[in-house]
Ligand binder design. Sequence first.
Ligand code: SF4
Length: 276
Amino acid sequence: MAIGSGVIHKYLRPHKKFPHVWCPGCGIGTVTAALVRAIHSAGYSKDEVVMVSGIGCTGRMPVYLDFCSLHTTHGRALPFATGIKIARPDLKVIAVMGDGDATAIGGNHFIHTARRNHGITAVIVNNNNYGMTGGQYSPTTPLSNFATTAPYGHIEPPFQIVKLAEASGAVYVARSTVFHVRLLERALTQAVQKNGFSIVEAVSQCPVGYGKVNKLGSPVDMLQWQREHAVNIKAAEKMTKEELEDKFLIGVFVDRDIPEYNERYAEVIKKAQSTE
Ligand code: SF4
C-alpha cells in the first residue's frame, strides 16, 4: 500500500532543524523519504529507532528526523551503532552514511561490522564523491572520472559496495537508485526487518559536486542516467555481457540467515555462567 506524503511529516523535526542543508536536486532527500516510509511500514515506533550518522551530506539525515539520534565523527557511525546495539538489543539501530564516510574513512568498521553480523541496518547513499567536504574522490568514484582531488581524471579503480558487503558477511545486501524509488523503499523495508547486518546502497546524484565537475547535466539528467544504466539483477540474467557492459545491477543480492552477534554473545554469557 502506498504511504502518503503526510506520513513523512510526522517523522520530521520541522521547528528545530529546517531549512535543511541539501542542495536543490540532491538525491539524499528522496532516500530520506524512502527510509521513513520503510520504517513506518515495518511498524517501528519513533522511540524504538536509533539513527546514527558520521559526517557528510548524508550524515545530516538524523538531524532532520525525529528519532533518537547520534551525529558522530567522520567514518565512525558503525562503531557508535555497534555500542548502542550491544547495550540495547531491543532497539532498531540504523546507520546512514555516504560512500566516503562508510567505505573509505569508515571502511574498516564497515567490513568488521558485517563480519561480526551486528544487528544494524546500514544505508549508504552512494553519489561517487565526498559531497560536503568539497567533492573529493571516494572509493566508488569511477576510473578516469573527475573530482576536486582528481582534476586530470581518477587513476584508482572503484570497488562495489555490495560485493564488499557480501564478502564481509552481511545477511542482507541490496542496491537501488534514487530514480528506482519503489525498489529502494522495498529494499529498505526488508533491510530494517532483517535480524543481522543489513545493507542498502542507494545510488544517488550529487549534481553540485560530482555532477558539475563531470559535466553530467541537471539533476533530471542524472536521474535519467540512473534510469538508463541500472538493470535489475533478474533481468540481467537474460542479457549478454555486451548488453551489460556500461550497466550496473540493482535488486537484492544477498538474503541469508546467520546468527546475529548479540545472540552469540548471549551464548557465551550462558556458558561462562554455567561454569562458575
Ligand atoms: Fe547533495 Fe552533493 Fe549538495 Fe551534498 S554537495 S547536498 S551530496 S548535491
